[in-house]
Design a protein around this ligand. Sequence first.
Ligand code: BES
Ligand code: ZN
Length: 631
Amino acid sequence: MRYFSLLLLIFVLFACNSEPIEADKKNTSSKTQDPHSYANVHEIRTEHLHLELDVNFDNQTIYGVARHTMSKHKTSEAIFDVKGLEIMKVTLGKEGKEKATEYSVGKNDELLGAPLKVKVGKNDRNINIYYKTTEATEALDWLPPSLTAGKEHPFLYTQGQAILTRSWIPLQDTPLSRITYSADITVPSDLMAVMSSKNPTERNDAGEYHFEMNQPIPAYLIAMAVGNLEYVSLGNKCGVYAEPQLTASAAYEFQDVPKMMQAAEELYGDYQWDQYDIVLLPYSFPFGGMENPRLTFANPTLLAGDQSLVSVIAHELAHSWSGNLVTNATWNDFWLNEGFTVYFENRIMEKLYGKETADILALIEFQDLTVALEDMAASEHPEDTHLKLELDHRSPDEGMTDIPYVKGAYFLRTLEQKVGRPKMDAFLERYFSEFAFKTITTADFETYLTENLLKPNKIQFNTKEWIYENGLPENCTEITSNRLDDMIETAQAFNAVPAQKQKISSFLVKKRSDFITQEWQTFIRNLDHNLDPALMGQLDKAFEFSTNANPAIKSDWFKLCVRTGYTAARPEMKAYLCKIGRRWFIESVYQCLVDSDTEGDYEFALEVFEAAKNNYHYVSRSTIEALLKKN
Ligand code: BES
Ligand code: ZN
């Protein structure tokens, strides 16, 4: 006890005396602790990271060294995050003059991994961690040729957000601090490597690539992809990397990206990252898109053939401001990344395709939000409906719901409606430049909002209710769309069969291309769960949902198939779940099968997952695994 008091005293004295380190002085969130990292970034932090890595497809390992250049500091220990990594040795000093130092890897936590504690002297600024990845890596997806478009070369990509970067690089894995990085990467000579940095546009025969990211970014945005890639320019600082089999369709689908860039810059100021490229990954990629700086990682499900799913690219591009320029301090502030991005995405879509399209997109999201709010109100965590989350001791992944995304965006829309668009836009443009290359908390945002928008305009707004209370505030702005209302009406005619036979038969002669994706989604979502399977069959015959619709429509359709007991499409459903790893598309289909009362549905889910799981990235695999266990 006495020993403990002494320790406490020393700690208090030390805490009072300690000056914020240089990097913290520039940062608003200088006292924030990240519940999802062990790193002692307020005492010592990485300023620059240099990676020297060899990517070995034969034994599916990356090995090499992570050279950290640290801030000036007064501590005797630097703490990094590691998970599933094998640490070989740690040295201090510049390359060529390195000396081994003491280090220890603490107890492994299933969620956070372990702290890597390295002993340092006051003047030590260079820490070199020699390591290799293991089978337990969660960030890396090693794909055999059979899972690529070309079927001849293997593929590798990383997924860092939220706390997976620590499973392929030993580093301080918290968005609280930003680092610049460089890398020398060696890959098999038939493949090309690209990173979230300045990139090559041609493969080289030595398989050696050098990368530089000179703007400071949080650790979750360090990313790499290695595959048989080819580059095509889209014009105006934009381009696409894809396997040669896909470059033409990618260039077609993403042809409007330069216009999106122009629209985004007109809205909120210059693009700060010089170049904006997209790399098209294999189907296993667990997200629609991931905003790695200078190089969005994109899911091939976006190649719908009719540009109907490009809002995902508008979203990832928007992150170049919200998220990558102004970054959430911890994963509890995730809505600052995603809510602002969904709002911004919609503004880009409106500029390119008009208000009607933008409203349709916002309404589809609202449909999802309504379902999520209902589910969460009844769940063990109704507080997950707050914009500001409290995810301590839980996976940040659990925060990836429609709340930060859609409630976050509707908060900004409601605010826009209150203050008027010109003031809102001026405010946001200033916000992005004020906090550029900084990390901020929800409280930082609230202060900035009060001081720069609400007070000067003498506006009262229920900001606290939006951020810290359950559910959706009453003043939430309403969006309507006649086109979606028509689809709801049509669905209701089907629900009322046979009373509305006339309407149904005139609808069944239409073509799928007569309506856009979001209209079809609305139609399907509004069909009754006890619709006659025979009618489901007629719909499927008329519109080829099971066989030929794009993956977004299929996801909604297959859920309805389960709910209505329409089993004729089971082979197509299985093929879909085996091919696609995009979590939001497949998770809800599995969930439907698990929730179903129909005998055999749960077993069908297990059987499909068994066949599909090796085609998924860890992110989707672990989510589905957990979902199937809950039964
Ligand atoms: N940054 C997210 C993806 C993410 C979030 C990965 C949290 C890991 C943890 C990305 O920008 C995103 O939101 N993707 C969405 C796109 C959609 C909302 C337009 C997706 O993948 O569906
Ligand atoms: Zn996002």
